[in-house]
Design a protein around this ligand. Structure first.
Ligand code: CMP
Length: 156
């Protein structure tokens, strides 16, 4: 089945609140495979592209300031239907509405300070991956756990 990659950003509030390990742990325990990770400070140049679709919203400047307020940790998680799976683990955008049991549902009570970003489509994941990672930063490795988390049909 088709393996997808989803770009995840642990946002400044996630890092400041010490929730990085909790988030990584949830993705690992689900059975997703980490293929790239880096800590960085987001720039206006990246954010103007990243949030292009929000540039006319009244919260755009505040969103950019928030995303530059501390470093973020960017990760690329791979798996069967990874884009939908990762979004489900994150929960809906607003922490107040997000389902209990999801990352935002369990740890956020804000629409903006919602701890984490996850790609919302395979096309956007591709676009976001290119904005953050260089080819050499993505590691293709054999996960021994794959035989335990997928059936043979799902692995092929
Ligand atoms: P995310 O869905 O990762 O990407 C867009 C971000 O904009 C979203 O997370 C929130 O952090 C932020 N956002 C969305 N809606 C609002 C809003 N109404 N006010 C402020 N920030 C918002």
């Amino acid at each position: 089945m088709a393996k997808e990659q989803s770009v995840v950003l642990v946002k400044p509030d996630g890092l400041q609140r010490g929730l990085l390990g909790e988030m990584v742990s949830r993705f690992e325990r689900k059975g997703l495979k980490l293929v790239a990770v880096k800590m960085m400070r987001l720039t206006d140049e990246i954010l103007d592209h990243w949030y292009e679709h929000h540039k006319d919203k009244d919260f755009f400047d505040e969103l950019k300031s928030f995303m530059k307020s501390a470093p973020i940790v960017a990760m690329l998680w791979q798996g069967v239907e990874a884009v939908a799976v990762v979004r489900k683990l994150c929960g809906t955008t607003s922490g107040r509405e997000a389902e209990a049991g999801s990352i935002r549902g369990d740890f956020s009570i804000s629409q903006q300070l919602n701890l984490i970003h996850a790609s919302d489509s395979v096309d956007n994941a591709d676009r976001e991956r290119k904005l953050i990672f260089k080819d050499g930063e993505i590691i293709d490795w054999e996960s021994a756990a794959e035989a335990l988390v997928y059936s043979a049909a799902e692995r092929s």
